[in-house]
Design a protein. Structure first.
Length: 300
């Protein structure tokens, strides 16, 4: 039986995971001033693989590298690796808060992809929330101003690929977390190696350690978020993911001296509102479905 404190523990783990993700983003943006995306992905992935290797042996090498539905696993790796590379590309040109605002459009993409690929029904209220989310994206991109740039469009594509990865995760929900993270890290490593010829700077010993720390922080973030979703329902902990935008504003201003435009802040507010509305609607739909099942089970 789950502990009554499990939801609070889940919220705490989610908050910690989002803080670690924010630190990962800040470190990545700072390192990109000196090192290429290929180097960043390679070193980050090597550090992550070093951390998870003992867990791979504990789970079993065969089970890790011969998972179910390998074709879908490969497609998920492509989505994930491309999304990370696009994030680093976008954040190297855009302020951190701007990049994260556009990335928060992912729940809107998820709702649409779930309808198209998973057959989930979208009612009028969900369509309204989706429209609100895209209105927020449009406001944030500010087509009549300087915000609508190639890096902003790259960030938008990255948010779509992140949503595609989340849909793949739904299909692969029976796959152990260690297997998913291992394949994900290997994909990022191969992507980094492929991009390495396009720019390489020999890092100092201190920077090598910092690049390795980037991978460890990223792994810690993934572990915290995964544990959070096991301790509490998604509808309880997912809203706290939006603290990512708060950290992006704080770190962007404190570390890089960036502050988002009024249009970006207004767009962020609309996107967060749409995401929370979709989450509430999904929770109500799930509760209604559970009530119907319980009624059916109790019928003679």
């Amino acid at each position: 039986m789950p502990s009554r404190n499990a939801p609070l523990a889940g919220i705490a783990m989610m908050l910690l995971g989002i803080l670690l993700f924010s630190l990962n983003d800040v470190m990545g943006k700072w390192l990109l001033a000196t090192y290429s995306i290929g180097q960043l992905l390679m070193m980050r992935s090597l550090a992550a693989l070093t951390v998870i290797l003992p867990f791979v042996f504990r789970q079993g090498v065969r089970r890790t590298f011969r998972p179910e539905r390998p074709g879908l696993q490969l497609l998920r790796v492509v989505f994930c690796s491309s999304e990370v590379a696009l994030f680093y590309l976008a954040v190297s040109y855009l302020p951190l808060a701007d990049t994260m605002t556009i990335w928060l459009a992912a729940p809107v993409w998820v709702a649409i992809l779930a309808a198209l690929l998973l057959g989930e029904r979208i009612d009028a209220r969900r369509w309204l929330a989706i429209a609100l989310g895209f209105a927020g994206v449009a406001v944030a991109l500010n087509p009549s101003g300087a915000s609508l740039s190639m890096p902003a469009l790259i960030a938008l594509l990255g948010s779509f690929l992140f949503a595609a990865m989340m849909i793949a995760n739904r299909y692969l929900r029976g796959t152990p977390d260690i297997t998913l993270v291992t394949w994900q890290s290997l994909g990022a490593l191969l992507t980094g190696l492929a991009l390495l010829p396009f720019g390489r700077v020999t890092p100092s010993l201190a920077d090598t350690a910092f690049l390795g720390l980037l991978g460890i922080v990223s792994m810690g973030a993934h572990i915290c978020v995964t544990r959070s979703l096991k301790l509490a329902e998604a509808s309880v902990v997912v809203p706290y993911q939006y603290t990512l935008l708060v950290w992006a504003l704080i770190f962007g201003w404190f570390v890089f001296g960036d502050w988002p435009t009024p249009a970006m802040l207004a767009g962020a507010a609309l996107i967060v509102t749409a995401g929370l509305a979709l989450l509430i609607l999904e929770r109500r739909a799930g509760a209604a479905a559970s009530a119907i099942e319980a009624t059916g089970a109790g019928a003679p």
